[in-house]
Design a protein around this ligand. Structure first.
Ligand code: BGC
Length: 756
């Protein structure tokens, strides 16, 4: 139940397997490619938060030289499943401990040569990767082993690495390069656990060793690889060398032990056990694995890009995906990571301020696609047209103003769930204030209607650009104003000096009354009295109402873009992804079940689910209204997206494949907030399970305000254990019955009635 395994080799799945078998530690990611592969097979060691630009192409993250390169030559021919005869091939990912394995048996000269490799990216030492490699033969053979660093890296909009310097001294190799735009130094060092001859080309450096193997003999070695950049501080080159040397001294097994212990710690804090459904169990754990390898434990200077660390797709940029789909998982399982993710927005606040200024607004308009400075990497022409090849004008960058509200909303949830008021002073309050300022300057007061409106926006549904009063956006803007006023009250009460300092520096006090007025008079689309439907935006219901099939039948090209000016969906009610339903999910306690059901039933058939962010919202809302079996298919779609690879690979002619951390987070959201029915309202935690047919129960840990709880939600029974080390009671509610669970005690509800 902890191994993702693939038998047999399929050359068509090289790109997909690179995503499926990813390793990572938040600092870097390494694609699930085979050791002998080169850049044409999408090998990548992607660095989080190190960006660069070539010419006027898109800025994108930089891939480091590949230190995991190992090749075996037999009679001068490199063994690879792509060119050699393979008798058996297995690729495996141990998701519990973040270890990648491959075993390939090649047929050669009437005998078998077996290659085995095990590798991991350390969760204990962020710059380190390590590998154990072995080769054996069933007949006597003479082989050549090459182990080195490949400086020829895969780039989408590169090449970024310039002035490549390759050195080798004894068994220590190094590739050093400087990026073209920002002159970042990128260093990969590798230390081989064997002696050999140093060789190289202009693009690679390696050590070679001749091996004579007797029948049945196995030869193996360990390799330690370290990646550092000038962003890590001065002396990155020496740092990388030292890291390899220290790693070699510690030894592979010991390093693995420490790495695995960190992974165990992750699972202790976040594993979810589903009883009765092995398929769902594995899919959910596999999703959590992907969050484990992206968690930014080491720094708040980086966040989690929309395609994780699986490649340069989407410019390695950070979207609202992080706040709205991943952050809740970290907040409730590992708040230190959530804290870093929030502080990343503070670090990039100046970029958001610049963007607001650029469009003539006050405050902070966060980047739709943020890179390290917070300036927007999203271009005005973000989708290439499949017909003309020309880039199309899109308004993601200009009009998805909800991003600033998403950031504020996420901070509010974090504050409520962690009680970490200190973060307000460390930057969160400033972020929130600037978001409120932005919306105050963005909204319009309509005297005729005596209300504020939010005009000319794009909501989560990107197919309808530049609409007025998008329900999701308006509701989130309302929340932002509220959050700002509340957060400042909290700060004033709990940290007067912090409040005064901020008031002095940002001079916001004179604006508070206007914010309050705007909030009170802001138009938030409400359910219609008769149908209970919430209109996605002004005049949405007047658009052509066609089925998905009809829309698809109108397509002239399988990948044509459906949104924007000319897109087929733009003049219809077909939406790309959950929009109204996402809003209802966030505020489910403010709307009755009937409103949610009617809107779910209306919008779902009209939703393309063209974004991996969509299905989980439908799963959560369906579970909430007591329809877990409607929810199940959306949950499974979300939880399996990176295993199956069933997701959109192109928008227009733009490749968008890779991993989907928002869906990974969405799987957890659907399991915990959906099926287990957890919601955290002010002081109480509600648990209202709505389990799919096959599920007997779902069990999981939660950390709330620094205290640990363990919940088991079954069909008839709900159990909450408060950890021994907890300090205060916490109110939990199941059905109508609330129990103040004391530290070290367990509360049990049978059929929503408390028994203990
Ligand atoms: C979705 C966005 C999302 C982005 C990155 C787009 O296709 O429409 O909502 O933020 O992908 O995942």
């Amino acid at each position: 139940m902890w191994t993702f395994r693939q038998e047999n080799f399929n050359a068509d799945e090289i790109a997909l397997n690179g995503n499926r078998f990813m390793l990572g530690n938040g600092y870097m990611g390494f694609r699930g490619t085979l050791e002998e592969y080169g850049r044409e097979h999408y090998v990548a060691c992607m660095l989080n938060g190190v960006y660069d630009r070539v010419g006027d192409q898109w800025r994108e993250p930089v891939n480091a030289p590949n230190g995991m390169l190992v090749q075996v030559l037999c009679n001068g021919e490199m063994l690879s499943p792509l060119t050699s005869k393979v008798l058996n091939h297995v690729q495996e990912l141990d998701i519990r401990h973040g270890i990648h394995h491959r075993r390939t048996v090649f047929e050669k000269d009437g005998g078998e040569i077996t290659v085995k490799a095990e590798r991991f990216i350390s969760h204990d030492r962020v710059h380190l990767m390590a590998m154990k490699y072995s080769v054996s033969a069933s007949v006597p053979v003479k082989l050549v082993i090459r182990s080195g660093i490949d400086g020829a890296v895969w780039d989408i909009n590169g090449p970024h690495l310039q002035q490549l310097e390759l050195t080798g001294e004894d068994n220590l190799l190094q590739a050093k390069a400087v990026t073209g735009e920002l002159k970042h130094e990128i260093i990969t060092s590798a230390l081989n656990g064997f002696q050999g001859v140093n060789c190289g080309t202009a693009e690679a450096v390696w050590m070679e060793k001749e091996l004579v193997l007797a029948a049945g003999q196995e030869w193996s070695f360990c390799k330690y690889v370290s990646v550092c950049t000038s962003q890590d501080g001065a002396g990155a080159s020496a740092m990388a060398v030292l890291e390899c040397q220290q790693a070699a001294q510690i030894g592979y097994d010991e390093l693995l032990k420490h790495h695995a212990a960190k992974c165990e710690d992750f699972w202790r804090k976040s594993d979810v056990v589903i009883s009765g459904d092995d398929e769902a169990q594995f899919a959910l754990r596999y999703s959590l694995y992907h969050l484990m390898i992206l968690a930014t434990r080491h720094s708040s200077a980086v966040s989690i890009p929309a395609r994780g660390l699986s490649g340069q797709v989407y410019k390695g940029a950070v979207f609202w995906d992080t706040e709205m789909f991943m952050l809740p998982f970290f907040t409730l399982t590992d708040p230190a990571v959530a804290r870093n993710l929030i502080l990343f927005r503070y670090r990039t606040l100046d970029g958001a301020r610049r963007k607001a200024r650029e469009y003539g607004f006050d405050g902070a308009f966060f980047a739709w696609e943020s890179q390290e400075t917070g300036d927007d990497a999203c271009s005005h022409f973000n989708v290439p047209d499949v017909f003309s090849g020309r880039p199309m004008r899109t308004y993601f960058r200009d009009k998805q103003v909800h991003i600033s509200a998403d950031v504020a909303f996420a901070i509010k949830q974090y504050l409520r769930q962690t009680g970490d008021v200190a973060i307000l002073r460390e930057g969160a309050a400033e972020v929130i204030i600037e978001c409120a300022r932005f919306f105050y300057s963005y909204a319009y007061y309509k005297p005729g209607k005596a209300r504020y409106e939010v005009l000319d926006v794009t909501g989560p549904d990107e197919y309808h650009e530049r609409v007025n009063n998008n329900a999701y956006t308006n509701k989130m803007v309302y929340e932002t104003m509220n959050i700002a006023l509340e957060a400042l009250d909290t700060l004033r009460l709990k940290d007067r000096a912090g409040y005064d300092e901020l008031a002095h520096r940002l001079n916001f006090e004179g604006e508070l009354e206007a914010w309050r007025m705007m909030k009170d008079q802001l138009y938030v689309p409400a359910p219609a009295a008769d149908t209970l439907l919430i209109e996605q935006f002004d005049r949405y219901f007047t658009l052509e109402d066609i089925s998905m099939e009809t829309l698809k039948s109108r397509k002239l090209h399988p990948d044509e873009y459906l949104g924007g000016g000319n897109g087929l969906a733009a003049s219809t009610q077909i939406l790309k992804q959950a929009d109204v339903v996402l809003m209802l999910n966030l505020f489910k306690h403010e709307y009755g079940s009937e409103v949610i059901r009617r809107n779910w039933e209306y919008y779902e058939p009209r939703t393309e689910h063209g974004s991996s962010l969509s299905a989980c919202a439908y799963a959560m809302t369906a579970a909430h209204i007591g329809k877990p079996d409607w929810a199940y298919k959306f949950f499974m779609k979300t939880a399996t997206v990176d295993m199956t690879g069933h997701s959109k690979q192109f928008i227009g002619s733009l490749y968008i494949g890779g991993t989907h951390p928002a869906a990974n987070g969405g799987a957890w959201l659907a399991a915990i907030f959906g099926f287990a029915g957890v919601s955290i309202v002010e002081e109480a935690v509600i648990i209202n399970p709505s389990l799919p047919e096959k599920w007997q129960s779902i069990s999981f840990p939660l950390v709330l305000r620094g205290q640990e709880y363990f919940v088991t939600a079954g069909r008839e029974k709900v159990e909450v254990r408060s950890a021994d080390g907890n300090e205060a009671p916490q109110l939990f509610r199941c059905g109508e019955v609330s129990v103040n669970v004391q530290p070290g005690k367990t509360a049990v509800w049978h059929n929503k009635t408390a028994v203990k």
